[in-house]
Design a protein. Structure first.
Length: 548
């Protein structure tokens, strides 16, 4: 005989036992996690092991929350089915992620589920990414490889949380308005929280108007710093190359990732870059690049091949790289810039994770480099072949003292070359403070570098230096902001550099930046560029040829 319990209070289900009836709970049997189902009317049908609730329903399980008008919980299979009603959409919350829709089916044990007529948001670098589509399916990160959602492996450590999401017939944007200022519409979007969003061959929309279809998979990184794939050309200026228009894209297929860039300059014509990367495993990748670009020394263009491999594990990153005629620009300090050509055969670099210093005052990281190089000698004439081992310790930190934000840093480099009698040690420190001056934001920074020894190569030969930088920023209008930074050389008592930036912000999802650097030294290395920056991804501006 069917036994039904009717009540207007919550029912508590413990996954290891429900009403003393022994159950087989698969992999979760040993856990003590609980499912809590609440609603205006809650019914438990014991002979079918089904609990249902209607009216202002809430289900809680670990860090998962589901709000709906009606929920059916099948206790034997740990299946949750939720439905929206006249009150609106159902909502699923887990950590900082939120999904909404008309219907939900979810397996609490495997974490696999699907939301229909879905809308959702995920944390970005700043703010959120918003998505909506016919359906969104979620699985645990551990099942990503078996699901074949991606063509290449991804380390589980790279993804924030333990779930990933696949949207069907969906759109994605970082604009919260309806309709959004821009959106990418695609048949399929894969979201790897904290890592990247992969939009399959999207169509680009401004509000409700389609601009053009994008022929490649569009990849948005959710962490770190790097170039985004520009959807429209970028404008650049270089004191030697002239005015340039640049475009490029990053897309993936299977285990391959391809990046291409093209720039047309008014003075030197075409430059191009092509990069191919192949993931041998989730941690090991190999790559090959080809660059065709202007050579300031020979006043001509040349090919610059580069190839190598990267490996990452537990916060450690390593790179083994060969290059031929690599174009190198090293801004060592104010008034001291190297521009030239470098051959690596090869160079091995290993970076450590950042470790917190005691007292939460900052962090320290380490880098080791071994390489064999061919480049210009320190006197600027002959080519030299040199082997080098280098070690770096890098510390930095900041704090807040009312309206003041002091910051500091210290760096130590030790270089040893194939001639045992030749070494170079570099020690640098900087201190500064961010402070207000009425409506003007000020940043003052002092730096000092000490160098002991010398290098046989020009590109890494440093000298003592002292510099002071002062930045001011102010709002011209509600949406327009101007900032300027001066770099004063304390050794020569001269103003060596001015840097200007004008920013238009739509106070929603994007800003446009006009940046200009005035090099007041003899090298006269002026440059300018226009950046388009999505507010949610400030570390991934839409431009090529970054200069900082």
């Amino acid at each position: 005989m069917e036994k039904v319990r009717r009540m207007n209070l919550s029912i508590l289900f413990t996954l290891t036992s429900i009403l003393t009836i022994p159950l087989c709970w698969r992999a979760i049997a040993a856990e003590t996690a609980k499912v809590v189902l609440e609603g205006d009317r809650v019914v438990y049908e014991q002979n079918q092991d089904i609990a249902s609730a209607e009216g202002n329903v809430k289900l809680r399980y670990e860090d998962l929350r589901v709000y709906a008008d009606r929920i059916v919980y099948k206790t034997m299979g740990n299946i949750v089915e939720a439905f929206s009603g006249e009150s609106g959409q159902l909502t699923l919350l887990q950590g900082a992620k939120e999904l909404r829709g008309s219907r939900l089916s979810l397996d609490l044990v495997s974490g696999e589920g699907k939301v229909f007529e879905a809308q959702g948001e995920y944390p970005a670098e700043e703010g959120h990414v918003y998505a909506e589509g016919d359906t969104v399916e979620t699985i645990k990160v551990s099942g990503l490889e078996e699901s074949r959602w991606l063509g290449s492996p991804v380390s589980e450590d790279a993804i924030a949380g333990d779930h990933v999401y696949r949207w069907e017939n969906a759109s994605v944007t970082s604009c919260s308005q309806k309709p959004p200022h821009y959106s990418l519409v695609s048949r399929q979007i894969v979201v790897l929280p904290g890592y990247r969003v992969i939009v399959r061959k999207p169509k680009v929309y401004l509000k409700e108007h389609m601009l053009f279809p994008y022929p490649f998979d569009y990849i948005i990184s959710l962490r770190g710093k790097g170039d985004a794939s520009p959807l429209v050309p970028a404008m650049l200026h270089d004191s030697e190359k002239g005015i340039g228009a640049a475009w490029g894209s990053r897309f993936g297929t299977g285990a391959f990732t391809v990046l291409w860039k093209a720039i047309y300059w008014s003075n030197v014509d075409f430059e191009g870059f092509l990069s191919l990367e192949y993931a041998l495993s989730e941690r090991l990748k190999v790559y090959a690049n080809q660059e065709y670009s202007w050579d300031s020394e020979s006043k001509d263009k040349r090919y610059r091949p580069m190839w190598g491999a990267t490996y990452s594990a537990k916060g450690w990153d390593s790179r083994l790289e060969w290059s031929q005629a690599e174009s190198v620009t090293v801004e060592k300090d104010l008034g001291d810039t190297f521009e030239g050509v470098l051959w690596k055969s090869p160079e091995l670099t290993i970076h450590s994770p950042a470790y917190a210093l005691p007292g939460d005052v900052g962090s320290v990281s380490f880098t080791g480099v071994w390489g064999s190089y061919e480049t210009r000698a320190f006197d600027g004439n002959d080519e030299v072949s040199v082997a080098r081992i280098a070690f770096l310790a890098d510390m930095e930190g900041s704090t807040a003292l009312g309206d003041l934000r002091p910051f500091w840093g210290a760096r130590y480099w030790h270089h040893r070359y194939d001639d045992p009698s030749v070494t170079q040690e570099r020690t640098g420190v900087w201190i500064g403070v961010e402070w207000p001056l009425g409506d003007i934001d000020m940043v003052s920074r002092w730096s000092r570098n000490w160098v002991d020894g010398r290098s046989p190569m020009d590109w890494d030969r440093y000298s003592d230096s002292k510099a002071f930088y002062q930045t001011l920023g102010l709002s011209l209008t509600e949406r327009c902001r101007f900032s300027a930074r001066g770099g004063y050389n304390l050794d020569t008592d001269e103003l060596d550099e001015m840097f200007y930036r004008l920013v238009y912000d739509n106070n929603c999802c994007y800003n446009v930046q006009l940046r200009f650097r005035d090099d007041r030294t003899a090298t006269n290395d002026d440059w300018a560029e226009i950046r388009f920056v999505l507010t949610a991804f400030p570390n991934h501006p839409f431009f090529l040829g970054e200069r900082d």
